[in-house]
Design a protein around this ligand. Structure first.
Ligand SMILES: *[C@@H]1O[C@H](CO)[C@@H](O)[C@H](O)[C@H]1NC(C)=O
Ligand SMILES: *[C@@H]1O[C@H](CO)[C@@H](O)[C@H](O)[C@H]1NC(C)=O
Length: 215
Protein backbone atom coordinates (compact mmCIF):
# COMPACT_ATOMS: atom_id res chain seq x y z
CA UNK A 1 0.00 0.00 0.00
CA UNK A 2 1.47 3.36 -0.96
CA UNK A 3 1.43 6.28 1.42
CA UNK A 4 -1.10 8.03 -0.74
CA UNK A 5 -3.43 5.02 -0.54
CA UNK A 6 -2.93 4.96 3.18
CA UNK A 7 -3.72 8.67 3.44
CA UNK A 8 -6.89 8.21 1.41
CA UNK A 9 -8.00 5.24 3.50
CA UNK A 10 -7.36 7.09 6.74
CA UNK A 11 -9.12 10.26 5.63
CA UNK A 12 -12.09 8.17 4.53
CA UNK A 13 -12.35 6.33 7.84
CA UNK A 14 -11.78 9.41 10.00
CA UNK A 15 -14.30 11.41 8.00
CA UNK A 16 -16.85 8.59 8.18
CA UNK A 17 -16.47 8.48 11.94
CA UNK A 18 -17.01 12.22 12.14
CA UNK A 19 -20.07 12.13 9.88
CA UNK A 20 -21.67 9.36 11.95
CA UNK A 21 -21.56 11.57 15.03
CA UNK A 22 -22.50 14.69 13.10
CA UNK A 23 -25.59 13.17 11.49
CA UNK A 24 -26.64 11.56 14.76
CA UNK A 25 -26.88 15.08 16.23
CA UNK A 26 -28.62 16.64 13.23
CA UNK A 27 -31.08 13.75 13.08
CA UNK A 28 -32.43 14.87 16.46
CA UNK A 29 -33.40 18.23 15.05
CA UNK A 30 -34.81 16.81 11.87
CA UNK A 31 -37.02 14.31 13.74
CA UNK A 32 -38.28 17.01 16.09
CA UNK A 33 -39.25 19.30 13.23
CA UNK A 34 -41.14 16.47 11.52
CA UNK A 35 -43.49 15.98 14.46
CA UNK A 36 -46.99 17.38 14.09
CA UNK A 37 -47.59 18.08 17.76
CA UNK A 38 -44.39 19.97 18.45
CA UNK A 39 -44.57 23.17 20.47
CA UNK A 40 -42.59 26.31 19.77
CA UNK A 41 -40.50 26.09 22.89
CA UNK A 42 -39.66 22.45 22.14
CA UNK A 43 -38.29 23.62 18.80
CA UNK A 44 -36.33 26.41 20.46
CA UNK A 45 -34.93 23.97 23.04
CA UNK A 46 -33.99 21.43 20.42
CA UNK A 47 -32.25 24.00 18.25
CA UNK A 48 -30.22 25.20 21.24
CA UNK A 49 -29.28 21.66 22.26
CA UNK A 50 -28.27 20.69 18.74
CA UNK A 51 -26.08 23.76 18.48
CA UNK A 52 -24.47 22.99 21.84
CA UNK A 53 -23.84 19.36 20.85
CA UNK A 54 -22.25 20.43 17.57
CA UNK A 55 -19.97 22.91 19.32
CA UNK A 56 -19.02 20.23 21.85
CA UNK A 57 -18.18 17.84 19.01
CA UNK A 58 -15.91 20.55 17.60
CA UNK A 59 -13.79 20.66 20.74
CA UNK A 60 -10.29 19.28 20.30
CA UNK A 61 -10.55 16.29 22.64
CA UNK A 62 -14.05 15.31 21.58
CA UNK A 63 -13.28 15.61 17.86
CA UNK A 64 -10.07 13.61 18.24
CA UNK A 65 -11.88 10.82 20.06
CA UNK A 66 -14.70 10.84 17.53
CA UNK A 67 -12.53 10.46 14.47
CA UNK A 68 -10.38 7.78 16.13
CA UNK A 69 -13.36 5.67 17.10
CA UNK A 70 -12.63 1.99 16.31
CA UNK A 71 -9.37 2.96 14.62
CA UNK A 72 -6.15 1.48 15.95
CA UNK A 73 -2.76 2.70 14.86
CA UNK A 74 -0.07 0.26 15.90
CA UNK A 75 3.64 0.69 15.43
CA UNK A 76 4.98 -2.82 15.81
CA UNK A 77 8.47 -4.05 16.57
CA UNK A 78 9.69 -4.32 12.98
CA UNK A 79 8.90 -0.64 12.46
CA UNK A 80 5.75 -1.26 10.48
CA UNK A 81 2.76 0.92 11.12
CA UNK A 82 -0.54 -0.89 10.97
CA UNK A 83 -3.87 0.82 10.90
CA UNK A 84 -7.01 -1.14 11.63
CA UNK A 85 -10.66 -0.15 11.67
CA UNK A 86 -13.02 -2.40 13.62
CA UNK A 87 -10.15 -4.87 13.62
CA UNK A 88 -9.93 -4.86 9.80
CA UNK A 89 -6.57 -3.88 8.38
CA UNK A 90 -6.91 -0.68 6.36
CA UNK A 91 -3.32 0.32 6.02
CA UNK A 92 0.16 -0.98 6.51
CA UNK A 93 3.35 0.82 5.71
CA UNK A 94 4.79 -0.57 2.50
CA UNK A 95 7.40 -3.17 1.50
CA UNK A 96 9.31 -3.36 4.74
CA UNK A 97 10.75 -6.81 4.12
CA UNK A 98 13.34 -5.80 1.60
CA UNK A 99 14.37 -2.64 3.39
CA UNK A 100 17.35 -2.09 5.57
CA UNK A 101 16.88 -1.11 9.19
CA UNK A 102 17.69 2.55 8.70
CA UNK A 103 15.24 2.79 5.82
CA UNK A 104 12.53 1.08 7.80
CA UNK A 105 12.93 3.53 10.67
CA UNK A 106 12.58 6.32 8.18
CA UNK A 107 9.50 4.64 6.76
CA UNK A 108 7.94 4.53 10.20
CA UNK A 109 8.47 8.25 10.57
CA UNK A 110 6.91 8.91 7.19
CA UNK A 111 3.92 6.75 8.09
CA UNK A 112 3.42 8.61 11.33
CA UNK A 113 3.49 11.82 9.32
CA UNK A 114 0.88 10.42 6.98
CA UNK A 115 -1.38 9.52 9.88
CA UNK A 116 -1.00 13.01 11.36
CA UNK A 117 -1.68 14.56 7.99
CA UNK A 118 -4.93 12.59 7.70
CA UNK A 119 -5.96 13.57 11.24
CA UNK A 120 -5.28 17.24 10.59
CA UNK A 121 -7.06 17.20 7.25
CA UNK A 122 -10.20 15.62 8.71
CA UNK A 123 -10.18 17.81 11.82
CA UNK A 124 -10.03 20.95 9.70
CA UNK A 125 -12.79 19.73 7.41
CA UNK A 126 -14.94 18.69 10.37
CA UNK A 127 -14.55 22.06 12.09
CA UNK A 128 -15.51 23.82 8.88
CA UNK A 129 -18.60 21.64 8.51
CA UNK A 130 -19.64 22.37 12.10
CA UNK A 131 -19.05 26.12 11.80
CA UNK A 132 -21.08 26.29 8.61
CA UNK A 133 -23.88 24.20 10.10
CA UNK A 134 -24.11 26.32 13.25
CA UNK A 135 -24.14 29.47 11.14
CA UNK A 136 -26.91 28.08 8.96
CA UNK A 137 -28.94 27.04 12.00
CA UNK A 138 -28.54 30.57 13.41
CA UNK A 139 -29.58 32.16 10.14
CA UNK A 140 -32.52 29.84 9.74
CA UNK A 141 -33.90 30.13 13.28
CA UNK A 142 -32.81 33.58 14.42
CA UNK A 143 -35.86 35.48 13.25
CA UNK A 144 -38.01 32.62 14.50
CA UNK A 145 -36.56 32.32 18.00
CA UNK A 146 -36.24 36.08 18.48
CA UNK A 147 -39.76 36.89 17.40
CA UNK A 148 -41.68 38.39 20.31
CA UNK A 149 -44.75 36.23 19.82
CA UNK A 150 -42.72 33.05 19.34
CA UNK A 151 -40.73 33.75 22.51
CA UNK A 152 -43.93 34.49 24.36
CA UNK A 153 -45.29 31.09 23.41
CA UNK A 154 -42.82 29.51 25.85
CA UNK A 155 -44.97 30.64 28.79
CA UNK A 156 -47.58 28.05 27.88
CA UNK A 157 -45.32 25.19 28.94
CA UNK A 158 -45.63 24.61 32.72
CA UNK A 159 -42.09 23.20 32.72
CA UNK A 160 -40.86 26.76 32.20
CA UNK A 161 -42.78 28.15 35.14
CA UNK A 162 -41.16 29.37 38.34
CA UNK A 163 -42.33 27.39 41.35
CA UNK A 164 -42.24 30.15 43.96
CA UNK A 165 -44.42 33.21 44.42
CA UNK A 166 -43.16 34.73 41.17
CA UNK A 167 -45.75 32.58 39.47
CA UNK A 168 -48.55 35.15 39.84
CA UNK A 169 -46.80 37.72 37.67
CA UNK A 170 -45.14 35.13 35.42
CA UNK A 171 -45.89 35.57 31.73
CA UNK A 172 -47.93 38.78 31.99
CA UNK A 173 -45.49 40.68 29.85
CA UNK A 174 -45.49 37.95 27.20
CA UNK A 175 -49.25 37.71 27.32
CA UNK A 176 -49.38 41.42 26.54
CA UNK A 177 -47.04 40.85 23.57
CA UNK A 178 -49.30 38.12 22.22
CA UNK A 179 -52.38 40.23 22.82
CA UNK A 180 -50.91 43.24 21.03
CA UNK A 181 -49.88 41.10 18.09
CA UNK A 182 -53.37 39.66 17.62
CA UNK A 183 -55.21 42.72 18.96
CA UNK A 184 -57.60 43.33 16.07
CA UNK A 185 -58.66 39.68 15.86
CA UNK A 186 -59.06 39.37 19.61
CA UNK A 187 -60.99 42.57 19.97
CA UNK A 188 -63.30 41.55 17.18
CA UNK A 189 -64.08 38.56 19.40
CA UNK A 190 -64.60 40.77 22.42
CA UNK A 191 -61.47 39.64 24.21
CA UNK A 192 -59.76 42.37 26.21
CA UNK A 193 -56.39 42.35 27.84
CA UNK A 194 -57.46 42.72 31.44
CA UNK A 195 -59.88 39.84 31.12
CA UNK A 196 -57.18 37.74 29.42
CA UNK A 197 -54.72 38.48 32.24
CA UNK A 198 -57.26 37.45 34.82
CA UNK A 199 -57.91 34.17 32.98
CA UNK A 200 -54.18 33.56 32.66
CA UNK A 201 -53.74 33.92 36.43
CA UNK A 202 -56.63 31.57 37.07
CA UNK A 203 -55.19 29.05 34.62
CA UNK A 204 -51.76 29.10 36.28
CA UNK A 205 -53.30 28.57 39.71
CA UNK A 206 -55.52 25.78 38.47
CA UNK A 207 -52.64 23.92 36.82
CA UNK A 208 -50.38 24.32 39.85
CA UNK A 209 -53.11 22.99 42.09
CA UNK A 210 -53.54 19.98 39.80
CA UNK A 211 -49.78 19.44 39.87
CA UNK A 212 -49.79 19.56 43.66
CA UNK A 213 -52.67 17.09 43.79
CA UNK A 214 -50.84 14.80 41.41
CA UNK A 215 -47.83 14.52 43.72
C1 LIG B 1 -6.32 11.39 19.86
O1 LIG B 1 -6.93 10.16 20.13
C2 LIG B 1 -6.06 9.03 20.02
C3 LIG B 1 -6.90 7.76 20.18
O2 LIG B 1 -7.89 7.87 21.15
C4 LIG B 1 -4.95 9.16 21.04
O3 LIG B 1 -4.09 8.08 20.93
C5 LIG B 1 -4.22 10.48 20.81
O4 LIG B 1 -3.24 10.67 21.80
C6 LIG B 1 -5.17 11.65 20.82
N1 LIG B 1 -4.49 12.86 20.43
C7 LIG B 1 -4.67 14.01 21.04
C8 LIG B 1 -3.91 15.17 20.51
O5 LIG B 1 -5.45 14.13 21.99
C1 LIG C 1 -63.11 43.39 29.43
O1 LIG C 1 -63.84 42.17 29.43
C2 LIG C 1 -64.53 41.97 30.61
C3 LIG C 1 -65.14 40.57 30.56
O2 LIG C 1 -65.48 40.19 29.26
C4 LIG C 1 -65.58 43.05 30.77
O3 LIG C 1 -66.32 42.86 31.96
C5 LIG C 1 -64.88 44.39 30.80
O4 LIG C 1 -65.82 45.44 30.86
C6 LIG C 1 -64.01 44.57 29.59
N1 LIG C 1 -63.24 45.78 29.73
C7 LIG C 1 -63.06 46.63 28.76
C8 LIG C 1 -62.17 47.80 29.04
O5 LIG C 1 -63.59 46.49 27.67
Amino acid sequence: MTLLDMLRALVFVFMTNFLCSYFAILKEMSLTLQKNDITVDQVVDKVQCVKKSLLKLKMEKELNETIHKDVKIIADTDNKIKVTYHGEMIGISAQQNREKRSQSAKMKETCAETVNKAILQVKNAAMKVIDETVKNIDDRFESFTNHKVIRAAAIINPHNWPTDNEIDAYGDEQLTDIFNHYQSILEARHVNLSAAKLQWLELKRLILRKKEDGK
